[in-house]
Design a protein around this ligand. Structure first.
Ligand SMILES: [Zn+2]
Length: 266
């Protein structure tokens, strides 16, 4: 089974402005349409069976409606993960609501929501996530982050969170450190209880064959999952790049789907 564990889509009526905002902010070209129909046609064309749709919400008052929509789109192809905002009154309560509705995990975005993952105010959330819900967390910075900007999710602070909640199923996105691969290698790569994903827009190829193969070999292919950031990167191109790597075929199959299927119980 092939699974893209990192995608972003929106309800039809707001999808176009959201996509415009995304492509303007990051400077990447969209490779598809960020709607339910758009992602499903991209998945069919790319040979991807399931996509994890990550909830990311900037404003507190949008959390509940966003999560209501994510709950409603669950089906054979789409595996939505709930959005969490650090200023919510009751983060554990929202996790229980998501879990009861069949949701398998949450997305944390410290860069968008401006919090440090190892801030004790987040601990009640981690307690509630327990050892069943999966957490996908943005790791590293952005391509456009300036030296004076605060990096809320550097690899060392993520590792500090994982150390304190070793049973939590944490996936550190962007190879553990977007535009911070040296720090990721030092802090996260090869460590226990750390899972990483391969999301690297606009194209995973930019990481380079040798670097990506070295990360996979050091970290262990059983703890690496395929992700893209669709609609900012192409599922077919990025999965073909993984298939082209000088690692065993069995490892590629695990990365392209099996690891996450087991992790999330799909
Ligand atoms: Zn993303």
């Amino acid at each position: 089974m092939r699974i893209d564990i990192h995608t972003h889509i929106s309800p039809d009526r707001i999808a176009a402005p959201v996509l415009e905002g995304m492509t303007a902010q990051f400077g990447y070209q969209a490779v598809g349409i960020n709607t339910i129909d758009g992602i499903k046609s991209h998945m069919r064309a790319s040979g991807v069976d399931k996509s994890v749709v990550l909830g990311v919400v900037d404003r507190l008052e949008h959390i509940k409606p966003a999560n209501d929509w994510l709950i409603s789109i669950q089906d054979d192809m789409l595996v939505p993960f709930g959005a969490i905002h650090p200023d919510m009154d009751d983060m554990p309560g929202e996790v229980r609501r998501l879990r009861d509705a069949g949701i398998k995990g949450v997305k944390l975005h410290p860069m968008v929501n401006q919090f440090f993952p190892d801030d004790p105010k987040m601990f009640p959330l981690y307690e509630e996530l327990g050892d069943d819900m999966v957490v996908e967390i943005h790791s590293g910075r952005w391509a456009h982050t300036k030296p004076e900007d605060t990096v809320y999710s550097p690899p060392n602070r993520i590792m500090n969170m994982i150390r304190q909640f070793p049973k939590m199923k944490v996936v550190c996105l962007h190879l553990g450190g977007f535009y911070m691969l040296d720090e990721a290698e030092k802090e996260l790569i090869g460590k226990d209880n750390v899972i990483i994903d391969t999301t690297w827009p606009p194209e995973l190829k930019e990481v380079g064959t040798d670097t990506l193969a070295a990360i996979i070999n050091k970290h262990g292919a059983d703890k690496v999952c395929f992700g893209t950031d669709f609609p900012l990167a192409d599922m077919a191109k990025d999965s073909q790049f993984i298939e082209s790597l000088p690692v065993p075929d069995a490892a590629k199959e695990r990365i392209l789907g099996e690891n996450f299927r087991e992790l999330a119980g799909l």
